[in-house]
Write a protein that binds this ligand. Structure first.
Ligand code: HEM
Length: 478
């Protein structure tokens, strides 16, 4: 009798309360005019269909099928155990980007949140603003331009080491060595190649487990990613502890890299980031800061290999820059400003093949969009593929045409490879510099053609060529 009172009755009561809560929620949802769409199987929802579209590199088809069937402005689905409203086109992007902290807030699936713990991506509101400001002090153009000669030197050394003298290379694995080396050097002052390659191997496991179900059991991608994240944090912690001593004893400089900057900069109230926050933010920036740019560089190589007239135009622009410089002089800020056509090419590459497929927000209150009710707590998704191929904005959308970005460029909120609004990518300027520096160095030294011209692309989690993009290299006569 006692056991019944102590265990069974509370359990029955809890079950009853849960059922009541569920039924009230369902009744409330039934009375709402929710966006049309399909929630799919319980818990799994349409996650598997979405992940399959990512792996097939055909997210556009996933979106188009639903847009045609339901509504071109917004439709509902369910991913990672949550109902999700997918906001489409520039209007959807505009709504999500301009409603941060009003109707919506940034949200990432639990795999991302568990791996990146206390970093910026899990912060919202004023706390996020503060962290962004602090990181932006290092990632803004004014600061980064001081690192430009260093970037150029790293690019030249990279090409001498991995490209020079080769007849054939796999682009995707080797450009990773460039973007990762740059991030290690500028964020942590690691310059030893052996240490960088060991570190980069740990990142592979981390990257492959960041998007998906967060099942932390041996054998899953997520389990391996969690283990890798712990090991990476341990390595960064060792560097951090040594740096504190070096800074105190004036062996390290306050401006030498992002780590010194994070240790020495406080918010306006005088508060410094905790050690754990520094570790998680460096982990975030190392991850966000190299795999995305690596994806863009592989895709730039693919399009330049396929389109000789675009390659020639980029080469012409880069040779003019070289002509204005003394032999051996490293790239300067003014040189980057002259790379207008090259940057338009990168923008067009990112339009046709966006490296990041999209991101998420959460409804922080009930609101209405396009006449539909969006309940508080729903997750909201915007996808780069939704507006980038819209023929009403980009005429003949499948054709490569860098001139779309001349003058005022495309209509606002249509070209969104870096997202938008208060949570827009923090590393846009860093990415622009590392991509242009690489393009400058590669086109002046090589021409190339693709071994598999129609090689497919997949998101894993960034867009990448499925076979690593093998190319035949020819040293350039220019
Ligand atoms: C071409 C390369 C890159 C692309 C296409 C890209 C794209 C994106 C996108 C789509 C988002 C989500 C924005 C949103 O939710 O509205 C994002 C966020 C972010 N990116 Fe990038 N990114 C690139 C390079 C970088 C680099 C080099 C860094 C760091 C040095 C970086 C750091 C970040 C950070 C910290 C966030 C989170 C911002 C926040 O939550 O407030 N990204 N990026």
């Amino acid at each position: 009798m006692e056991v019944t009172k102590l265990v069974v009755l509370p359990a029955v009561l809890a079950f009853f309360v849960l059922c009541l809560h569920f039924m009230t929620r369902m009744a409330r949802l039934r009375n709402l005019n929710l966006p049309p769409g399909r929630l799919g199987w319980p818990v799994v929802g349409e996650t598997l269909e979405f992940m399959h579209a990512m792996v097939e590199g055909n997210v556009l088809r996933f979106l188009q099928e639903r847009v045609e069937k339901y509504d071109s402005r917004v439709f509902k689905t369910s991913m990672f155990g949550n109902p999700v409203a997918v906001f489409c086109g520039p209007a959807g992007n505009k709504f999500l980007f301009s409603n941060e902290n009003k109707n919506v807030q940034v949200w990432w699936p639990s795999s991302v949140r568990k791996l990146l713990r206390l970093s910026l991506v899990t912060k919202v509101g004023d706390e996020a603003k503060m962290v962004r400001k602090l990181l932006m002090n290092f990632l803004n153009a004014e600061t980064l331009k001081n690192y430009l000669p260093k970037m150029d030197r790293i690019a030249q050394h990279h090409i001498d080491t991995y490209w020079k003298g080769k007849e054939q290379v796999f682009v995707h694995p080797i450009v990773k060595l460039y973007t990762f080396e740059l991030a290690c050097c500028l964020f942590l002052s690691i310059e030893d190649s052996a240490q960088i390659s060991k570190f980069s191997l740990k990142f592979d496991a981390f990257l492959k487990g960041i998007v998906g179900f967060s099942l932390n059991i041996p054998g899953t991608r997520f389990y391996r990613a969690m283990k890798a994240a712990d090991e990476i944090r341990k390595e960064i912690k060792m560097i951090l502890e040594k740096r504190k001593v070096d800074l105190e004893e004036k062996r390290a400089s306050p401006t030498q890299d992002l780590l010194s900057h994070m240790l020495l900069t406080s918010d306006p109230s005088g508060k410094f980031m905790t050690e754990m926050e520094i570790l998680d933010n460096i982990l975030l920036l190392l991850f966000a800061g190299h795999d995305t740019s690596r994806s863009v560089l592989s895709l730039v190589m693919k399009y330049l290999g396929q389109l000789p007239q675009v390659y020639e135009h980029v080469l012409k622009e880069q040779l003019e820059i070289i002509r204005g410089k003394e032999v051996g002089q490293l790239l300067q800020w003014e040189d980057i400003q002259k790379m207008k056509y090259s940057w338009n090419v990168v923008c067009e590459v990112m339009r046709l093949s966006p490296p990041v497929s999209g991101a998420y927000r959460e409804a922080i209150k009930d609101f209405t969009y396009a006449d539909y009710n969006i309940p508080k707590g729903w997750k909201l998704h915007w996808n780069t593929n939704s507006s980038h191929k819209d023929p009403t904005i980009f005429s003949d959308p499948e054709t490569f045409d860098a001139s779309r970005f001349e003058g005022a460029g495309p209509t606002p909120f249509a070209h969104v490879p870096f997202g938008g609004g208060p949570r827009m990518c923090l590393g846009q300027e860093f990415a622009r510099l590392e991509i242009l520096v690489f393009m400058h160095n590669i086109v002046k030294r090589f021409k190339w053609e693709l071994v598999i011209p129609d090689e497919k692309l997949k998101y894993d989690p960034m867009l990448e060529p499925v076979k690593g993009l093998e190319i035949r290299l020819h040293p350039s006569s220019s």
